[in-house]
Write a protein that binds this ligand. Structure first.
Ligand code: BGC
Length: 602
């Protein structure tokens, strides 16, 4: 269908039929959903059954169900327009990549694009037309659990990574069966939630908005993102879901975004609780007049839009513009001509190489007192709460992961060492005394530490981001026994390491690095892979330094220094523990004769 045909189609639709296209329904009651689709009251279905899909177990996608829903939409609904199915495919499908923040540590957008092509192939094969990714919210606060879903503190790196993900998902030919429509989120300022508490309001000046938070969204629009999701945020007193200035004037008019905007889960209805709309009907009017195109879940549009138009509170012209954008994307991604899913056999092992490369390139070496890499013939003991862990290596937002593909760190080490007597594994988590009697045979202990994926992601924020006390104790005990201690730290977010750092001779920051995390850790420890990860967020010394970020606008009174050095806290230095971009390797580099392409920069 071409532009003209879409416009003609819209003119032939009744108001109710148009409003149906603006409604995204959930997948709770299949029979009821079929009924709604049959009546033409649904334009899209989100393949999720709870508000925080990243934290809860989700039903697997059932292809026959999707094809049946599609058949009803195409053959039995009054408008015969196919549905667009969306699911949160954030950093992998069956095969899981490192969490996005870790991926940013690779500083390798080409690899990321290639990896997301593989993710798109897996997801599209199960009928996912549209993903709610990439998250391109600038994050300066590691207490915020969702910082792991984005690419850190730098607008440039975030822009590059966001574009790589969009290109990876969407591919070159959007009409191909393995092209998945992307969604840049959360527009706008979600990462600035006060105190690092999810869903909190944000105070952002226009200066900061345009110089930091907006930049990745401009890049996403330039990369052709099919959709954008509004954030739950209230910025300087105005919820984004009701802001015509942000949604229409900046995103659509100024940046030239051509796709459609989807609300975040229930965020239209949320306007009532935020006190800007007196009821759900007024909420629908506010969001529609801001030109927020599709309502995820709250049903405010489907319940009230026809009445609002009849009362003159929303113009039919605005509805037409919203429907146009949705049909434009359905057409662009080939849905109007090819609505059904043909499931093929995928060779998942083909995705090993690129997924493993991403994990290899994200693991970041923070300290090395001449101890790494190890020789596989060296006797070592391995202890710690993450030694036998699998689930949390994958990270948050892994709805469809195949846990059977994941190795624990213990398994990956055992695989790589020919002489099995070389490795002494503790079987306990915090208990390590099961191998106490054998410790006198080794001088080096590898301590595998970390945080559960369940304390990262949506609504999972922390007030303290130091290494948990009991984990610090473990490292201290090993030091007290006179051992060399290698810390492997599997955390989703940056943590504050000032107190812990002296107890480690080497620190390998392994993040939550996906299906092949353990293999990458083992390959780096044994020198098969040279570590190359570089931090995408500044690591504070202590929680109280937050927010701390490199692209800080220096002020004269603090000496204009690096990270504001010169204006110290009385009880802590002002510099970070590890700055943005920090990360060591086993190689020595020498830089010389630096040149700049331009003589002057604006
Ligand atoms: C999250 C979004 C997510 C949506 C759908 C919301 O709670 O904020 O990032 O895409 O749910 O699962």
């Amino acid at each position: 269908m071409h532009i003209e045909e879409i416009t003609n189609k819209i003119h032939s639709m009744s108001l109710e039929e148009k409003v149906g296209q603006l409604n995204q329904a959930g997948l709770w009651d299949f029979e009821l959903l079929c009924e709604e689709v049959r009546k033409g009251r649904v334009g899209s279905v989100i393949l999720a059954d709870s508000a925080t899909a990243g934290n809860d177990e989700q039903q697997r996608v059932i292809i026959d169900q999707l094809n049946e829903l599609q058949r009803i939409a195409v053959e039995e609904s009054p408008v015969h327009i196919p549905l667009i199915f969306g699911r949160d495919v954030i950093h992998g499908y069956r095969t899981v990549l490192p969490v996005p923040l870790a991926l940013a540590a690779s500083f390798n957008p080409d690899a990321v694009e290639k990896a997301y092509r593989a993710v798109a192939r897996e997801a599209a094969n199960d009928g996912v037309h549209w993903t709610f990714s990439p998250m391109i919210d600038i994050a300066r606060d590691p207490r915020w659990g969702r910082c792991i879903e984005g690419f850190g503190e730098d607008p440039y790196l975030t822009s590059k990574m966001g574009q790589a993900v969009i290109h990876g998902f969407q591919g070159e030919d959007n009409k191909k069966a393995d092209s998945v429509a992307a969604c840049a989120k959360h527009y706008l300022g979600y990462g600035a939630a006060e105190g690092g508490r999810d869903y909190n309001k944000a105070e952002i000046s226009d200066y900061t908005l345009r110089n930091y938070y907006l930049k990745p969204f401009k890049a996403a629009v330039d990369a052709g993102t099919a959709t954008v999701m509004n954030s739950f945020s209230e910025i300087s007193g105005q919820p984004v879901a009701s802001s015509r200035y942000l949604l229409h004037d900046i995103l659509k008019d100024e940046l030239g975004f051509k796709g459609f905007i989807i609300s975040d889960w229930g965020s239209i209805e949320q306007l009532v609780y935020e006190g800007v709309a007196k009821d759900r009907k007024e909420a629908a009017a506010l969001s529609a007049n801001a030109e927020l195109d599709m309502d995820m879940i709250s049903k405010c549009y489907i319940d009230y839009m026809s009445k609002l138009v009849a009362e003159g509170k929303v113009s039919e012209e605005i509805i037409d513009k919203m429907v146009y954008r949705i049909l434009y994307i359905k057409e662009k991604f080939g849905l109007l001509n090819n609505p059904y899913i043909t499931h093929r056999q995928i060779n998942y092992s083909e995705h090993f190489e690129i997924t493993k490369q991403c994990a290899d390139e994200t693991v970041t070496l923070l300290k090395n007192e001449g101890i790494l890499p190890l020789n596989t013939s060296k006797r070592i003991a391995l202890i710690g709460p993450f030694l036998h862990e699998k689930r949390s290596l994958l990270g948050s937002w892994t709805l469809d992961a195949d846990i059977d593909m994941v190795q624990s760190v213990a398994e990956a080490f055992a695989d790589r060492v020919p002489d099995k007597d070389t490795l002494i594994f503790s079987q306990g988590d915090y208990l390590w005394d099961d191998i106490l009697s054998e410790l006198h045979n080794v001088d080096t202990v590898l301590v595998v530490l970390g945080e559960s994926a369940k304390v990262t992601g949506e609504n999972n924020c922390l007030a303290n981001i130091e290494l948990p006390q009991e984990q610090l104790e473990l490292a201290k005990k090993m030091k007290r026994l006179g051992k060399k201690v290698i810390g492997v730290l599997c955390f989703g977010r940056p943590i504050a390491l000032e107190k812990a750092e002296p107890y480690f001779d080497a620190i390998l920051y392994a993040w939550h690095s996906g299906t092949y995390a353990a293999q990458s850790i083992a390959d780096i420890v044994y020198g098969k892979v040279n570590p190359s990860g570089k931090l995408p967020m500044s690591f504070p010394r202590a929680t109280g330094q937050i927010p701390i970020y490199y692209n800080y606008h220096a002020m004269p009174r603090n000496g204009m220094g690096y990270y504001g050095e010169g204006s110290n806290y009385l009880d802590c230095r002002s510099t970070p523990m590890y700055p943005f971009g920090y990360g060591m390797s086993y190689t020595k580099f020498a830089y010389s004769e630096a040149r700049c392409e331009k003589a002057a920069l604006t």
